[in-house]
Ligand binder design. Structure first.
Ligand SMILES: Nc1nc2c(ncn2[C@@H]2O[C@H](COP(=O)(O)OP(=O)(O)OP(=O)(O)O)[C@@H](O)[C@H]2O)c(=O)[nH]1
Ligand SMILES: [Mg+2]
Ligand SMILES: [Zn+2]
Length: 342
């Protein structure tokens, strides 16, 4: 079993690897497991207690009786960062390392929006790994195939249309993964990442849970990243915990649509919404074919979403403040309470 070592050696130009090498296969809030090249998995403890690792890291091990000490970590050639934060995207958290391909999973249920994809691609197209889209649960949407073609035309990246239930697209997804590659799956909780991994692996390697198809709200079944060798380590999958849907801040919006930001500087009004104002450079660019109608629509959709997130966050803050004020009143009331004289 090579666990992707050959690929790693090519990237890092290593000829002879250290003898006791392993790959971090689980990180459950700082509790690690490591996989040896023969496929066995053991508990692992960092020699330096404050050192943290990512699933996918190559590490030098010092085997003990019933665990391995992690002596050191070899450099990473790629890192997958998850978008995280409450309301808006406020931080990035590393989730996996040394990956060659990333599959962004999007469920084909009725909440599907192509503007979201634009947002994901902005965050995840990186030179260190190849990115592709995976449309999951295609059995829920009769237009899935059509959408897949449209998305691959629009975004110029590979799109796989899959259903783990019917088996559609699983084989083509699997055969697109080259020997020795490490691939990771990313997406909102409940889109079906773990079910897809089980379908590709043809066995129950990941726990999945039933959710209501009505809301498609995941319950965060997978809570830690996990490395899974397929076909005796021919290629390696990394399942990552689902992310909450992260909102788009106005700042993200201008980064995702640089062409609109540039055009907006020429609008007559500085607070132009690019919808009906006179002298709008964005609308003018659409009329003369400089800006595509599709990109404009995606911009409006994400802008609406950004406003909705802003309102949601404002309402949440207001609720907290009211609760705080109520709490203060209550303490005051208690403080002023006098025991009745009997
Ligand atoms: N209709 C349909 N449902 C699916 C399909 N794949 C998965 N599901 C269902 O979607 C739900 C979530 O699947 P999971 O694989 O646990 O989702 P996940 O993305 O791993 O979720 P997290 O681990 O929380 O990030 C389960 O109820 C699955 O049965 C599919 O191809 N079609
Ligand atoms: Mg999962
Ligand atoms: Zn304008």
């Amino acid at each position: 079993m090579s666990l992707g070592l050959e690929t790693y050696k090519i990237h890092e130009k290593i000829e002879n690897e250290p003898e006791t090498l392993g790959r971090i296969s689980l990180n459950a809030s700082g509790v690690y497991k490591v996989m040896h090249l023969d496929g066995t998995e053991v508990n692992a403890i960092p020699k330096q207690r404050d050192k943290t690792f990512l699933v996918g890291d190559w590490v030098v091990l010092n085997p003990q009786i019933d665990f391995d000490l992690i002596e050191s970590q070899l450099p990473r050639y790629s890192t997958l960062n998850r978008l995280a934060g409450e309301g808006f995207h406020t931080e990035e958290k590393a989730a996996a390392s040394n990956i060659d391909r990333l599959f962004i999973c999007i469920s084909m249920n009725k909440n599907f929006k192509s503007s979201r994809i634009k947002r994901y691609l902005y965050a995840f197209i990186k030179p260190e790994y190849q990115t592709a889209l995976v449309l999951t649960k295609s059995d829920l949407n009769p237009d899935s195939l059509k959408l897949a073609t449209q998305l691959s035309d629009d975004f110029k990246i590979p799109v796989f249309c899959t259903s783990s239930y019917s088996g559609t697209g699983i084989e083509s997804l699997k055969s697109s993964i080259l020997p020795g590659q490490t691939v990771s799956f990313y997406g909102n909780s409940g889109v079906g990442k773990s079910t897809l991994i089980n379908a590709v692996a043809q066995k129950e390697v990941m726990t999945t849970k039933t959710i209501s198809d009505k809301t498609d709200k995941g319950r965060h079944t997978t809570t830690s990243s996990r490395l899974i060798p397929i076909h005796d380590g021919d290629f390696i999958l990394i399942d990552t915990p689902g992310v909450k849907s992260v909102g788009v801040s106005p700042n993200d919006l201008s980064l995702i649509f640089p062409e609109i930001t540039t055009l907006a500087q020429k609008c007559r009004f500085h607070d132009c919404t690019h919808t009906q104002e006179p002298g709008c450079a964005v609308k003018a660019a659409i009329s003369n074919g400089m800006l595509s109608q599709k990109v404009y629509q995606q911009y409006l959709e994400l802008k609406k979403e950004s406003q909705a997130t802003k309102n949601y966050m404002a309402a949440k803050v207001a609720k907290k403040l009211t609760q705080k004020a109520k709490g203060k009143k209550e303490t005051l009331r208690k403080k002023n309470y006098q025991k009745p004289l009997l």
